[in-house]
Design a protein around this ligand. Structure first.
Ligand code: ZN
Length: 293
């Protein structure tokens, strides 16, 4: 019989597969190593049960097609990024935030922005964040140390594999821990088998929320390099700009110096927030500069 599940943990060649009703500890068939494919957390897999043991074990025989795949941290099939950004201590840098958003857009995942530290943020900063992003992405405003407040994230997690991203210090791990404690997450057997008690290094894990949806628990996604791309590609990762690009006179318009640019007209009319346009122009300049070398 064919069994299916999701890899939620992988340590030392053992993979824990969550079928939705139980956890099965699997090894990977040798063929993957030969083909230089390594199963990773987030993979949807097919496995065969080991018949001759009492324990819940198996062998992974197939890996489903990946929607996306990341090397650091090594995960696949992210449906959604919750991009976490503090509104105080330090003050938010929307250029950096936009860089996370660009990287997420490139993976064609859903995006939610979660603004934190609203308990200490100045009200004009909160207002500005709302003005700049509310017509671009769904927004959550919270104090990550307030457990009740963190529950506002939960409705966004249903039926998706979500990962938190954003610079460190914004409250990602506090949010993760709260979600994890509230999720009724089943703890696995892999760590017990290694027999070393508490792990000092954190492994990538995926945990299932009791009310639906799965969340990656990973220390990664704290920075994104500005990816290499064509300058003409950049605007497509700013959905609020991109929606006006069909009003530009020239095909391939970079919305910079070109005449009759629909995007610049939308900025002038106030339909695109000037900070988002400014961020786009800065990234465009950066791309141009990098291409010179
Ligand atoms: Zn244009």
């Amino acid at each position: 019989m064919e069994n299916k599940g999701t890899i939620i943990r992988g340590v030392g060649g053992f993979y824990q597969v969550d079928t939705g009703t139980e956890l099965v500890e699997c090894r990977a068939r040798g063929i993957f190593r030969k083909n230089n494919v390594k199963p990773c957390v987030g993979d949807e897999v097919i496995f065969e049960r080991t018949e001759d043991t009492e324990e819940n074990t198996g062998v992974i025989t197939g890996i489903g097609e990946r929607k996306n795949h990341f090397l650091r941290p090594p995960v696949s099939n992210i449906d959604q990024f919750i991009v976490v950004c503090a509104l105080a201590d330090p003050d938010p840098n929307f250029i950096i935030l936009d860089r996370f958003l660009i990287a997420a857009e490139r993976e064609a995942v859903d995006i939610v922005i979660c603004f934190t530290k609203i308990d200490i943020a100045a009200s004009h900063v909160i207002e500005e964040a709302r003005e700049v992003y509310s017509h671009v992405y769904p927004l959550i405003f919270l104090d990550a140390r307030d457990h009740e407040n963190v529950k506002d994230v939960i409705p966004f997690l249903f039926d998706k594999k979500s990962a938190l991203a954003g610079p460190s210090g914004a409250g990602k791990s506090t949010i993760l821990n709260t979600l994890r404690n509230d999720s009724g997450a089943r703890t696995g057997s892999v760590s017990e088998k290694t027999g070393r008690g508490r792990h000092t290094t954190r492994h990538v894990e995926l945990f299932r929320m009791e009310f639906g949806g799965m969340v990656f628990d990973t220390p990664g996604f704290t920075s994104f390099d500005i990816p290499e791309m064509e300058t003409a590609e950049l605007a497509s990762y700013y959905p609020d700009l991109h929606r006006y690009s069909d009003q530009c006179r020239f095909k391939g318009c970079l919305h910079d110096q070109e005449p009759d640019c629909g995007v610049r007209q939308a900025v002038e009319k106030g339909d695109i927030h000037p900070l988002r346009y400014q961020s786009y122009i800065e990234e465009l300049e950066l791309l141009r500069k990098n291409r010179k070398y």
